[in-house]
Design a protein. Structure first.
Length: 65
């Protein structure tokens, strides 16, 4: 993602940056707690070395099979 597409404003106060970070961390934790079983079940089906691009982990590579 380049800087033009960033969802984050350039200049935030220290307080606002902290609040944003805490909010996003809370949201991630809440999501993982809510969907823990589903997330682990899905992760177990993936062969990380074949399907996940470390530079872009959200993009799955096509299967070689």
């Amino acid at each position: 993602m380049n800087d033009d597409m960033s969802p984050f404003p350039e200049n935030l106060s220290d307080e606002a940056a902290f609040a944003l970070s805490e909010t996003l961390e809370w949201l991630a934790i809440a999501c993982e707690e809510k969907y823990f079983t589903q997330l682990r079940r899905y992760a177990a089906t993936l062969d990380q070395s074949k399907y996940i691009d470390p530079a872009h982990p959200w993009v799955r590579k096509p299967s070689a099979e």
